[in-house]
Unconditional design. Structure first.
Length: 301
């Protein structure tokens, strides 16, 4: 591979490919600076050198890697007898930390690769791909991000943090909020509780409340109630079921509790709601749809 250094900054809204390069150093060549990007992985292809970070110096050789992390001051360079050849890859993006949260990259400054290392293969082939590809072409763009995700998978498989390996993957907050809403939507007709939701996603009740309020403008409890009341309204208008049957169907044990909640929500009793004219019902339905739409779009603002 010929020497190159590309500043890329290719972003797909999830991860960012910041830069890539390949360079053969001359004797005693060094670098000293404060890291500005999320993560830059350097691999030693041949020769020897050293890497200093956080007042610790590592002596490195072929098939070693050193990790440059954001806001750290680093010093690295080759020796005069066996100048090294190194390659590097810079990564970032809003979700990079999430993808690497269960790996040793969070606690290590250096890594060493075995001869059959998948990460080594993915790294070298990815850097080679970036040396000649053009991300302005759609197929090259897809190939680049396909390689990026394969590399992240290989890191999780080859360098897992065993203390964290059994912990659940923490979705980025917007994705997690959507998963929570989908779970509530799928289960609101059952005897769904806040404890059940927080336990399902392995998060605290406070964090569950924070996500629902931030992305949907409601508490989890009010989200459940809204879905139940809207479903009850459809059953009242579209069926001849008795009120106690509808109450049971939407998750209430008795008709009294259901009627009290329905009246608070719609400002009409179930019987009054059922007797609404089509014109009045259409007005009420439009208001309900508008409120639901505003809440579903809240996360984008």
């Amino acid at each position: 591979m010929n020497s190159f250094w590309k500043h890329l900054f290719i972003d797909n809204g999830d991860i960012t490919i910041i830069e890539a390069g390949h360079q053969k150093y001359v004797a005693n060549q060094t670098n000293n600076y404060k890291v500005r990007h999320d993560l830059i992985l350097h691999i030693v292809l041949e020769g020897k050198g050293s890497y200093t970070v956080n007042d610790h110096t590592y002596e490195l050789g072929p098939r070693d890697a050193f990790l440059l992390k954001k806001n750290t001051t680093v010093h690295y360079g080759t020796n005069d007898e066996q100048p090294w050849t190194i390659a590097w890859l810079g990564l970032g993006g809003v979700n990079l930390t999430n993808y690497l949260q269960h790996t040793l990259l969070n606690t290590r400054d250096i890594l060493s690769f075995k001869d059959n290392s998948d990460v080594w293969h993915e790294l070298t082939s990815f850097i080679h791909l970036l040396s000649y590809s053009d991300p302005s072409y759609y197929l090259d763009y897809l190939a680049i991000f396909s390689k990026a995700y394969q590399l992240l998978l290989s890191f999780n498989q080859e360098f897992p943090d065993k203390q964290l390996a059994k912990q659940p993957y923490l979705l980025p907050e917007p994705n997690l909020a959507e998963k929570i809403y989908a779970y509530i939507f799928e289960n609101f007709l059952d005897n769904l509780s806040i404890h059940q939701i927080s336990e399902h996603f392995d998060i605290s009740r406070n964090y569950l409340f924070k996500l629902c309020k931030e992305y949907y403008g409601q508490s989890p409890k009010s989200m459940i109630q809204e879905l139940r009341m809207n479903q009850a309204g459809q059953l009242l208008r579209g069926s001849k079921m008795q009120i106690k049957e509808i109450a049971n169907m939407v998750g209430y044990k008795d008709a009294f509790s259901f009627s009290k909640m329905f009246t608070q929500y719609h400002q009409l009793s179930p019987s009054e709601f059922r007797k609404l004219s089509e014109a009045d019902y259409a007005v009420l339905l439009a208001i309900m749809d508008e409120n639901l739409h505003k809440r579903s779009l809240k996360r984008y603002y």
